[in-house]
Design a binder for this molecule. Structure first.
Ligand code: FE
Length: 196
């Protein structure tokens, strides 16, 4: 049973935020607690958007703002799965719903290579931010090699269509990347009878 009201309430509240401000720090400050509330309960994500793939992590679109001011995605990590080193080019908030994730930020070194910072373990309920202004290059991995982890990400654009890059950290060389989405259909938030 999925409590889609939580997801709908998040979408409505975040739509108000991006309609009221185009200022990134204001948006991040307003959306962070909304995402925190959403991931404080693990009773709303429909199974179809929580299903791992045996080989690659999945990125399911849950909602895209019609003006592409934000998008909401579930990342589903099979055991041991991880991203390459990549950037976003828009602001983003990552909230851990289930399991745990290992996050590593990278900074450009003097020779152009990317130097990893300390690896951080993110537990359920945690929300972290990325953006070109805050530090935009990172990698994320499932902290578990024997179970699924799920995180919920909000981005300041239609993230599946954003032209961005993956990196070879040894050289700093970047390769163009458009992620797309793993799903063709999105959850129906608009039947107000709950447990749809
Ligand atoms: Fe990322």
């Amino acid at each position: 049973m999925s409590n889609l009201k939580r997801l709908r309430d998040f979408v409505v509240a975040t739509t108000h935020v991006v309609g009221a401000s185009r200022n990134e720090p204001e948006i991040l400050a307003a959306v962070q607690p909304l995402l925190g509330d959403l991931i404080a309960h693990d009773d709303w994500l429909p199974e179809a958007y929580a299903t791992p793939d045996p080989q690659y992590y999945r990125q399911y679109l849950l909602h895209a703002d019609p003006l592409e001011r934000f998008s909401l995605v579930s990342f589903v990590w099979g055991p041991g799965q991880k991203t390459p080193v990549h950037d976003h080019r828009v602001w983003g908030l990552v909230g851990i719903l289930r399991g745990a994730e290992l996050s590593t930020n990278y900074a450009a070194g003097p020779d152009g290579s990317l130097i990893p910072g300390a690896q951080e373990r993110l537990e359920p309920g945690r929300v972290v931010a990325v953006s070109p202004k805050l530090g935009d290059i990172h990698s994320i991995a499932n902290a578990y090699d024997d179970r699924v982890s799920i995180s919920i990400h909000v981005y300041g654009g239609n993230i599946g269509e954003v032209s961005r890059a993956v990196y070879d950290p040894a050289t700093g060389a970047e390769k163009p990347f458009i992620s797309g989405y793993s799903n063709a259909a999105i959850p129906n938030l608009w039947t107000h009878a709950e447990a749809a």
